[in-house]
Write a protein that binds this ligand. Structure first.
Ligand code: ZN
Length: 132
């Protein structure tokens, strides 16, 4: 069974409990790395300058505390294989649905890979409408 690295776990632990709960289940069936949880003002503005985020602080859901977004990548990471990112999201989504039915979480999520404009394949965030 895959396990999260210490670094992945430390990043995940900066996230909203709903994201943490689904990721802790997902790792039991699918190996992935947590690339990013919460982003500080400095980190967000650097991400913006690099072009890896379209938003300046504090507009990103990554800037909330706890973070309302997490960036995940199938492990080992291969940025050319987008089908794996899609599979990871489908597994995440199916688990999240099951956990909502069981009353374990309330959050609903959206995947950056489904955005129409700039797709963000590692990015999963809590839907605004159900934020607590
Ligand atoms: Zn993100």
């Amino acid at each position: 069974m895959p396990v999260l690295s210490e670094q992945s776990l430390a990043r995940l632990n900066t996230c909203h409990p709903g994201l943490i709960a689904v990721c802790r289940e997902l790792i039991k069936q699918y190996d992935f790395a947590v690339l990013c949880g919460h982003r500080s003002k400095d980190e967000q503005n650097k991400a913006f300058q690099r072009g890896s985020s379209r938003l300046i602080y504090p507009q990103s859901p990554h800037n909330r505390m706890p973070s309302h977004a997490v960036d995940l990548a199938p492990y080992p990471v291969d940025w050319r294989n987008l089908a794996r990112f899609r599979e990871m999201w489908h597994r995440f989504d199916a688990l999240a649905r099951l956990m909502r039915e069981r009353g374990e979480i309330e959050s609903e999520f959206e995947w950056g890979g489904e955005w129409n404009t700039l797709k963000d394949f590692p990015h999963i965030e809590i839907k605004e409408t159900v934020r607590m």
